[in-house]
Design a protein around this ligand. Structure first.
Ligand code: MG
Length: 203
């Protein structure tokens, strides 16, 4: 399986990063080794002094698809959760300044913890979910998915023009404003609505 991550999908985050708001989805990949086994802590990697949390809605692909039309894209996922797109911001800034790829900053081991997946209920709209990240019981990131620049179906349609989607692939759909560094002993908890789906300790 592969992990596809969307960059700059909320205008307020693009602004805090002093990045342009994109006119088409920006995506990058993480390998399956970026997943974090359940109940494992997240270890801050030794190569970075500035690892940031990025709370994101995560969509799990449930059908194989290539060049999926947007109007059919809702048939290609069935479960959602929240995940953290951990980012070594210092390394990323260095890569960006040299025009180099971001993988060192984004794709390292354990950089993509994902919570428990839930099936959306009939009355739930994927573009109207509140996602929240608390650190040590304080809310640090909070957004409604209606604020996405590119919707989940637009993302699936766009990415599948370039890359075949397979069952079990995960799409991280971008982070809202409020990113910041994590430190040892932080306790992270991610929610959709009131439901706690992800708990993680930083070591
Ligand atoms: Mg991200």
């Amino acid at each position: 399986m592969k992990i596809i991550c969307i960059g700059r999908n909320y205008a307020d985050h693009a602004k805090e990063m002093k990045s342009e708001v994109p006119t088409e989805p920006v995506f990058f990949l993480k390998p399956d080794t970026a997943l974090l086994p359940k109940r494992n802590p997240f270890f801050i990697p030794s190569f970075s002094n500035d690892v940031h949390h990025e709370l994101e809605l995560v969509v799990r692909i449930s059908r194989v698809g290539k060049s999926i039309e947007e109007r059919f894209a809702h048939r290609y996922y069935n479960e959602v959760s929240v995940g953290i797109d951990f980012t070594a911001r210092d390394i990323q800034a260095l890569c960006k300044s040299k025009g180099l790829p971001w993988e060192k900053a984004k794709a390292f081991d354990g950089s993509a913890p994902v919570g428990k997946f839930v099936i959306l209920k009939d009355d739930q709209n994927i573009q109207d979910l509140d996602i929240t990240l608390k650190i040590n019981d304080q809310i640090v990131q909070e957004v409604n998915t209606s604020k996405m620049i590119f919707s989940v179906t637009q993302i699936i349609s766009y990415v599948s023009q370039f890359i075949t989607l397979k069952i079990g692939d995960l799409i991280f759909t971008g982070t809202p404003a409020g990113v910041g560094p994590v430190k040892i002993n932080d306790k992270l908890e991610g929610f959709i609505g009131e439901e706690s789906l992800l708990k993680l300790n930083v070591k």
